[in-house]
Design a protein around this ligand. Structure first.
Ligand code: SAH
Length: 247
């Protein structure tokens, strides 16, 4: 008697679970729900930010609507993936907040045929946003475990136009230089000279410069046709420190 009650109740529980779980995923939020959260993130934090300029570049907005940011953070943080906030990715590093990613990508003024170098792959999210817009992305990450995870993640998400290597990005990536744009997502105390050499004339380098763990200045550096540099401070930012292989 007792056994049959147990059997019946577990049968009913199974039926209840099958009907209460959304069809596309066994547990938690569906990809359609994530897509809606992403649309809202772009509308509220990027097109209509409370602080900062609105982002209008349609290719950047489209990329921000497409890249599944929740797949670039730990499962336990997925419910916060579409808030306008940086999130920890392990090893003391963070994935930048969506508005900053959109702002930096817009500042690079990208074209579909561009080849871009990123220093600081981290989770791979910024690389994926770039990869939605340009032909080829090279990205360098100094922490071996992060480089490996980001490489696998980008491959699983079919970002076949991104190449990740582990190393100290201070020296850039000479074999593939010069680049149409370079973006640095960790803050060095000064602009690494090799990176200035590896942009094409007329093109741009975006880098947060300043002391570690303080407010830094996001600098846009343009190489002029006569090989001199024009530097412009875009906004105060807070990035994790730029590390060196000797650290
Ligand atoms: N763009 C990343 C955010 C990265 S946080 C994303 O979208 O998730 C900054 C990253 O820069 C960290 O992962 C850090 O390990 C890396 N980094 C710091 N100094 C570096 C260096 N010299 N070369 C390459 N990567 C570096």
């Amino acid at each position: 008697m007792h056994q049959s009650i147990v059997k019946w109740s577990s049968f009913l529980l199974t039926i209840f679970c099958l009907y209460s779980i959304p069809a596309s995923t066994a547990f938690g939020t569906t990809s359609e729900e994530y897509r809606k959260l992403r649309q809202r993130m772009v509308r509220e934090y990027i097109e209509n930010p409370r602080v900062g300029d609105t982002i209008e570049d349609s290719s950047v907005l489209e990329a921000m609507r497409s890249v599944p940011r929740h797949k670039f953070v730990r499962p336990g943080l997925r419910n916060r993936a579409y808030q306008n906030t940086p999130l920890p990715i392990g090893h003391g590093q963070t994935i930048s907040q969506p508005y900053i990613v959109a702002f930096m990508t817009t500042s690079l003024n990208l074209e579909p045929e561009d080849r871009v170098l990123e220093i600081g792959t981290g989770s791979g999210y910024q690389a994926a946003v770039l990869a939605e817009i340009v032909k080829k992305v090279y990205s360098i990450e100094i922490i071996p475990e992060l480089a490996k995870t980001a490489r696998e993640r980008l491959k699983n998400l079919n970002y076949n136009n991104v190449t990740v290597k582990q190393g100290d990005g201070y020296y850039g990536w000479r074999e593939h230089a010069p680049f149409d744009a370079i973006i640095v997502t960790a803050a060095p105390s000064h602009i690494p000279p090799p990176l200035m050499e590896q942009i094409k004339s007329g093109d741009r380098l975006l880098v947060p410069v300043g002391p570690p763990f303080h407010v830094q200045q996001l600098m846009l550096v343009k190489k002029t046709e006569d090989q001199s540099f024009q530097k412009q401070g875009l906004m105060p930012v807070r990035f994790v420190p730029f590390r060196r292989e000797t650290d």
